[in-house]
Write a protein that binds this ligand. Structure first.
Ligand code: FAD
Length: 685
């Protein structure tokens, strides 16, 4: 009890000193290596799932650190945060506690692709994560650098099936054993930092890289294929040196939506939150980049960088002559620094200063910390099972940036799932997989383990083919119930809440469906809604809610005796009502896809046909490999799920046309496509 009153960092240190006197145990169910976004979720999920867990991280005070932008969520990423929260993970609640600017991105599009996002106070986020770790039962935290994994010698009778048995710390202390180990070393595996022409070993500014022994064990003893990737971060600017009056003001949302299903409000009220600002690069920026390319070795490296969060150097080279957006974002509620999102750069510090001063509002800007790049090893994730276990090594799990992803949210999502499965492994329970039909986490893991990565992977809504059903608003109903009943990582109180919400939403839907009035009466009762149906038409409450200007609150205030018990979930009720027909259709599509996985594809299929919508990259892969079935096409690296849906529709349509041409309309002339497929007997149905 007394510990709760002590600041989180001090409490952790106290806990450590207690461990030091009691000495960490020599045997755990699960050891998690690394206290970043993947590691903290993995350790707490493993402990929640019932495993005695040890989290080992290089520095206690950097546990939960935001290495780059202090922000959480966004398009696609926000879905992951909501899903991690639905499975009782930490990042959503930490985001609500530390958020200082909440906004929903993509709001002009439908709620299925809205992107909940918040700018965070770095310090508060880290403190929240640390205090959650401290209060998690069955979890011990230890400061230390893991030097090596302990693995059994290869067994000639079972080639490729070694078993991980624990870890060795760098300070030469005794080994610590575990039934399973989760590696979440982020950008630290053989990490090197780059500024200008100089390079130094490091996982992040101010942090040493992970020991070479770890990379060596993975590559040489376990025979894992690894690759090299790179990323970078912008310089941090002194806030008062930037003239924000010359940039466009972006206030936070007036009604900020929390990430966590357990929170009704964000910690900071809208009036306490801070604005962000938007500005653009100028031709002068491009000139400085071009003139300094020879002084910038990071940009010349072969390792692939993030395509979706590129450095200013990559942007200028790829899109010359453009003005690129730069967001000026606060680093914390009381921080004196600004984070210029979009200006990640690795040129020498004096040139970084010249570059930023080419932007009008930064004409007199001062740099607090220069930008830098980092290169690191990752493990090719096709070597993992859908539980994120290394297929060839028993008990070894990998999560986060080590699997070739980029971003806190992607790391957190993998960490949670690896932690759950590491606990299950240790407790002799079967591995679990999340399907891409039920979650973005399932999409993320399936993409990684079946397609691999050739550049840092980040989540987008376009990666999820069933996105109408996988919305941020319904992540609790998709995952909290399953998380409690089948996975064992969700608390009973969250489960009870999800059951209550499910009941209320079902009751509200039934009440709306059962309530019908003549269109003329609706018009009278809800004059603000432009109900266009003819006078005699009868409309249910569900149908009225589908009008653009209708809200559930309006119905509840017009007919409180029917609808007021449900106003707490007004927005969700409306989204459900609007999306239900599409979700029902999508359900059929999911079943159809599963059925038609075995469908054969014509040998002479024209993948370059303008009638099938897919990227040039996907067309080239399909044309090169010419998969014989849809299932084989699905598993091809680089073929996106949405391309598969288009391909399936195209083949089906062509087949229908062919049937019609031969059956119903014998006189009709075949189109070129139909003629191409006429007589082809290889379709399975
Ligand atoms: P991390 O958060 O990096 O955590 C790794 C943890 O492991 C650290 O706590 C470290 O101390 C610990 N550790 C490492 N080795 C050992 C060991 N041997 N023993 C014990 N502990 C160990 N993401 C974006 O989406 N956009 C960006 O623009 C972006 N830019 C970035 C720029 C930089 C310079 C860096 C470093 C990262 C950037 N990221 C960016 C990535 C983002 O920070 C990561 O995706 C995310 O933090 C990955 O989480 P993680 O848990 O895998 O690893």
């Amino acid at each position: 009890m007394l510990l709760k009153k002590i600041p989180p960092l001090k409490r952790l240190l106290l806990l450590l000193s207690r461990n030091a006197s009691g000495v960490p145990r020599q045997q755990y169910d699960v050891i998690v290596v690394g206290g970043g976004h993947a590691g903290t979720e993995a350790a707490t999920a493993a402990a929640r799932a019932g495993a005695e867990t040890l989290l080992v991280s290089q520095k206690i005070h950097t546990i939960g650190a935001l290495s780059c932008n202090p922000s959480l969520g966004g398009v696609g990423k926000g879905h992951l945060v909501k899903e991690v929260d639905a499975l009782d993970g930490l990042c959503g609640r930490a985001g609500d506690w530390a958020g200082i600017h909440f906004s929903i991105l993509n709001r002009s599009k439908g709620p299925a692709v809205w992107g909940p996002r918040a700018q965070l106070d770095r310090q508060r986020y880290r403190e929240y994560i640390q205090s959650e770790l401290l209060s998690t039962p069955r979890l011990t935290v230890l400061e230390g650098s893991v030097e090596e994994l302990l693995v059994t010698e290869p067994d000639p009778a079972e080639p490729g099936q070694q078993r991980v048995t624990g870890i060795h710390l760098a300070n030469g202390s005794h080994p610590i054993s575990a039934s399973s180990v989760v590696l979440t070393t982020g950008t630290f595996l053989s990490g090197s930092l780059f500024v200008g022409k100089s390079t130094s070993p490091g996982g992040r500014f101010g942090d040493a890289p992970s020991s070479g022994g770890l990379s060596q064990t993975l590559r040489e003893r376990l025979g894992l294929r690894t690759g090299r990737l790179r990323t970078g971060t912008p310089p941090r600017l002194v806030k008062e040196s930037v003239d924000l009056s010359l940039a466009v003001l972006h206030p936070p949302d007036s009604n900020p939506a929390p990430f966590s299903f357990l929170n009704k409000h964000t910690h900071f009220k809208p009036e306490e939150q801070l604005p962000c600002h938007l500005t653009y690069t100028t031709p002068g920026v491009e000139k400085v980049v071009r003139e300094s390319l020879h002084l910038n070795c990071h940009i010349h490296q072969d390792a692939k960088g993030p395509r979706y969060c590129p450095s200013i150097e990559s942007r200028v080279i790829r899109f010359p002559g453009r003005m690129h957006p730069v967001w000026l974002e606060p680093e914390g509620l009381t921080s004196d620094l600004l984070y210029p999102q979009g200006l990640s750069m690795t040129m020498p510090p004096e040139i970084q200063l010249r570059l930023i001063r080419e932007i009008p509002c930064m004409h007199k800007a001062e740099i607090h910390t220069p930008g830098y790049g980092v290169q690191y090893d990752f493990v090719c994730p096709t070597q993992l099972s859908p539980a994120l276990r290394v297929k060839s090594t028993q008990g070894l799990f990998l999560a986060g940036q080590i699997n070739g992803t980029t971003g806190y949210e992607e790391a957190a999502a993998q960490g949670l799932w690896a932690g759950v499965n590491a606990a299950r492994w240790a407790l002799s329970l079967p591995e679990l997989a999340l399907s891409r039909t039920e979650s973005y986490i399932g999409v993320l893991i399936d993409d990684l383990v079946s397609r691999g990565v050739s550049e840092p992977y980040r989540m987008f809504t376009s990666r999820a083919e069933f996105r109408t059903s996988l919305r941020p608003d319904n992540a609790d109903l998709r995952l909290s119930l399953k998380g409690f009943e089948e996975v064992g990582c969700v608390s009973s109180s969250r489960y009870q809440e999800a059951v209550r919400v499910r009941g209320l939403l079902q009751d509200a839907s039934a009440a709306l469906q059962a309530f019908s009035l003549a269109a003329s009466t609706w018009r009278e009762k809800l004059p603000e809604v432009a109900i266009s149906d003819v006078k005699s038409t009868t409309l249910t409450g569900t149908e009225v809610l589908k009008y653009n200007d209708a809200t559930f609150e309006m119905l509840a205030s017009a007919f409180p005796e029917y609808f007021s018990p449900y106003v707490e979930f007004s927005q969700r009720i409306r989204i459900e009502a609007v999306y239900k027909p599409y979700c029902d259709l999508q359900k059929q599509e999911i079943e159809r896809i599963q059925r038609e996985e075995n469908m054969s594809l014509p040998e002479d299929m024209d993948y370059f046909s303008p009638h099938v919508s897919m990227s040039q990259e996907v067309r080239e892969i399909l044309d090169r490999v010419r998969p014989s079935t849809l299932g084989a096409a699905i598993r091809l690296q680089g073929v996106t799920p949405s391309a598969i849906v288009h391909l399936l529709n195209y083949v089906n349509k062509t087949r229908q046309k062919k049937r019609r041409a031969h059956g119903n309309h014998p006189d009709r002339k075949e189109t070129r496509e139909e003629a191409r497929y006429a007589g082809n007997a290889s379709f399975s149905k």
